[in-house]
Structures are given as structure tokens and as C-alpha cells.
Design a protein around this ligand. Structure first.
Ligand code: 5GP
Length: 180
């Protein structure tokens, strides 16, 4: 059974998330306005699902949507290994791919995904992440759009989980093991 955790006060409130998502989508609308191509939104499951849906609702661009799920084995004994659980099924060649991530931590997953999807020969391949923990970076990665830079704390809510729970919380919370 998962160790119990307790939530702190919200680190990022639903209003702050909503306002930042609107700003990010405004920037994306501007940047892709003149391509004349549909943007291929690739949502990284499961954590980015809430963010991707809210972001897409603000886009006034032609879009297509696909999902990808990867598992990373990082941590002390990191092998730098990423396993693909579900790959995209939509053709991406010649399209503008925008990868939607929940959080970039060591950068292992995001840098791997950028390499993997670039192998599909898109016209462009960019990354938007809701959260970034820059102090944790090990694997360099270029992030094109960042929602919030946050300190090195474990966070959950708004799609991010702890042992598959808490994704439904509308705010983003920091959390710690009970008693710490
Ligand atoms: P990275 O490959 O950059 O080290 O880790 C990326 C993945 O680790 C994220 O997509 C996410 O699944 C998980 N992750 C990293 N930090 C956190 C966190 O604070 N909270 C949650 N819920 N997941 C995290």
C-alpha cells in the first residue's frame, strides 16, 4: 500500500492555472498563426490530460490530437531509460508537433520524447509543459512554453498524481509523507 501523504496549501490555485493557460494559448495562437498547417497536439499521458484539454479549448488554430504514454526510470540508479507504453497513432510527418507535458523534472522523459517524435520527421517539434522544476535538471531540454517554474517539491493535482490518486484536484498542491 502507498505511504500516506498530506497536502499543504495549494501552491497554484485554479484561478492562477486558468489565467496562465489562457496566456500560454494566446502565445501559441500567435506563434502558429501563419503556418497554414494543423498543429499536432501530442498529449503525454496521464498527467498532462487536464492541462492539454484546457489549453486546446483556447486554441483558435486547426489542431489534431493524439496521446502517448511513457515510463521513465530515473532516480539514484538512473539508467536514463524511457519505456514507451503507448505510441502515437497519427501520422506526424510534415506537421507541427506540439508535445504537451505535465512537468519537466530531470528532463529525461521530455528530452527522450523530443528525440522520439523528431524521428517522425515533423516540420517542427516543440514542447509545452505546465510545470518545470529547473533545479532538478540532469538531461538538458529546450522547453518552448512553460506554465510555472516551481521549486524542488513533490506536487499533485490538476492531472498530476500520487499513486494514481489526486489527479482530480482543481489546484496544484505540494505534498509530503505524513509526519515529515
Ligand atoms: P523526468 O523524466 O523529467 O525526470 O520526469 C518527468 C515525469 O516524472 C513527469 O512526467 C511526472 O510523471 C513525474 N514527476 C516528476 N516530478 C513530479 C512531481 O512533483 N509530482 C508528480 N505527480 N509527478 C512528478
Amino acid at each position: 500500500m502507498a505511504a500516506p501523504i498530506e497536502l499543504d496549501r495549494p501552491l497554484i490555485t485554479p484561478d492562477e492555472i486558468e489565467a496562465r493557460v489562457a496566456e500560454l494559448s494566446g502565445q501559441i495562437n500567435k506563434d502558429y498563426a501563419r503556418t497554414g498547417r494543423a498543429v499536432s497536439i501530442v498529449v503525454v499521458l496521464k498527467g498532462a490530460a487536464f492541462f492539454a484539454v484546457d489549453l486546446m479549448k483556447h486554441l483558435d488554430l486547426p489542431t489534431k490530437m493524439d496521446f502517448l504514454q511513457a515510463h521513465s526510470y530515473s532516480g539514484i540508479e538512473s539508467t536514463g531509460e524511457v519505456t514507451l507504453i503507448k505510441d502515437v497513432s497519427m501520422p506526424l510527418a510534415g506537421t507541427d508537433v506540439l508535445i504537451v507535458e505535465d512537468i519537466v523534472d530531470t528532463g529525461l522523459t521530455a528530452s527522450w520524447l523530443l528525440r522520439h517524435l523528431s524521428g517522425h520527421h515533423p516540420a517542427t517539434c516543440k514542447l509545452v509543459t505546465l510545470l518545470d522544476k529547473p533545479s532538478r535538471r540532469i538531461y538538458p531540454v529546450t522547453i518552448d512554453y512553460t506554465g510555472f517554474s516551481i521549486p524542488d517539491e513533490f506536487v499533485l493535482g490538476y492531472g498530476l498524481d500520487y499513486e494514481e490518486g489526486y489527479r482530480n484536484l482543481p489546484a496544484i498542491y505540494t505534498a509530503r509523507p505524513v509526519g515529515e
